[in-house]
Design a protein around this ligand. Structure first.
Ligand code: ZN
Length: 372
């Protein structure tokens, strides 16, 4: 985790340029940041009902510019190049998880009491999913090919919000283009590919389609887990899949809401301690912790992607000399499914029949649906 101070990094990198081009370097950096913020906020106002603060976009655009700089300095320009390009030791390597500057930074860098906008309280950390940090992502999710992959710049829609355990975060990704899939639109999926209905040849690293063939445990580093409606940090994901079986989605969502509230008040206290005054804009608190719907979705996805195939494989390894049939799981008939129209129905009518061997291991099970 790195604290990213835009002014410090920009001036540091500018100082590494020749004296006569430093001003030009800073001017082109600033105009690129401005352009990026405008392209993101233009889309955001049209699409989103809950727009993010402009300050958040500005801070994120500075990070994007910094990653462009370090990845450009280390990019191999020719396939014939023998040596790998390295970064100058004067250039700091920050990321991929960026934290906003805290009050400590503001206080230590200003002689007078700086005019602090409480918006700083609400800046979200940013996770950058870029090949500079994760070169192993250069794999096509459709054909599993690694030979003809191009990185096609940042995702045009800008950062995505990510649900976190104590506080929400954001993530920004890049676009991967597979030339093999582009040249052959009807190309058959690789036999190990999980997503058999994947279309197109361009995939964003913040899209669940990109991660379809990655088991959850193999997702590298601190990359969040992405779903179509939302994304969750690794900490929150691990907590949900561990805790969900012993708790309801609603009570888990409430636990997480309380943790968010605790973190919010902790930050408010640190503001008061730093400035001995009251934050004057508490309405800016617009954190939206995870809902019980999303908790269920995360757990369902984990079960179908990881646990189902594992337990099926395990069941096939079991055998028994004597098998007992038992209709023990009658409690399953009590489970109701609520439709979108709030209509409740019971899917299982006769419970679950379990097959047990002499070692009390379940070697198979049959569920009785409505027709039985
Ligand atoms: Zn491909």
């Amino acid at each position: 985790m790195s604290v990213y101070e835009p002014d410090v990094v920009r001036r540091l990198l500018s100082a590494l340029e020749p004296k006569n081009s430093q001003k030009k370097f800073e001017a082109s950096w600033n105009s690129a940041v401005k352009k990026r913020v405008e392209s993101w906020t233009g889309r955001a106002t049209a699409r989103m009902t809950n727009p993010r603060p402009r300050r958040q976009y500005e801070w994120e655009a500075e990070i994007v510019e910094y990653i462009n700089y370090i990845s450009d300095k280390t990019r191999t320009r020719s396939t014939k190049a023998l040596a790998r390009l390295c970064l100058d030791s004067k250039v700091p390597i920050l990321g991929p998880h960026f934290l906003p500057p805290s009050y400590l930074h503001a206080r230590k860098r200003n002689q007078s009491e700086p005019a602090i906008n409480p918006e700083t309280l609400y800046l979200k950390a940013l996770c950058a999913i870029h090949p500079f940090y994760y070169p192993e992502l250069a794999k096509c999710p459709r054909c599993n090919g690694t030979d003809n992959i191009q990185w096609d710049g940042w995702t045009g829609t800008g950062p995505r919000d990510v649900h976190g355990l104590m506080v929400d975060e954001a993530a920004i990704g890049t676009q991967l283009r597979c030339e093999n899939c582009k040249n052959d639109a009807t190309r058959k999926e690789h036999e190990h590919s999980v997503k058999i209905n994947l279309k197109g040849y361009c995939f964003a690293t913040t899209n669940p389609d990109f991660w379809g063939s990655w088991p959850h445990w193999s997702i590298p580093g601190d990359i969040p887990v992405f779903f179509h409606r939302c994304a969750v940090t690794r900490d929150l994901f691990n907590l949900l899949v561990e805790m969900r079986p012993s708790s309801t989605a609603g009570s888990l969502a409430e636990n997480i809401r309380q943790l968010h509230l605790l973190e919010y008040h902790r930050r408010k206290l640190s503001y008061l301690q730093a400035w001995k005054s009251h934050p004057y804009d508490v309405n800016n608190y617009n954190d939206k912790p995870i809902s019980n719907d999303v908790v269920s979705e995360v757990f369902q996805d984990f079960v179908s992607a990881t646990r189902e195939s594992e337990s099926e494989e395990y069941l096939r390894t079991l055998s028994g000399v004597s098998i007992s049939f038992d209709n023990t799981f009658r409690a399953a008939t009590k489970a109701t499914v609520t439709s979108r129209e709030k209509k409740k129905s019971r899917v299982l009518k006769g419970g679950i029949i379990s097959l047990m061997n002499e070692n009390s291991e379940i070697v198979g099970w049959v569920s009785q649906f409505e027709c039985i």
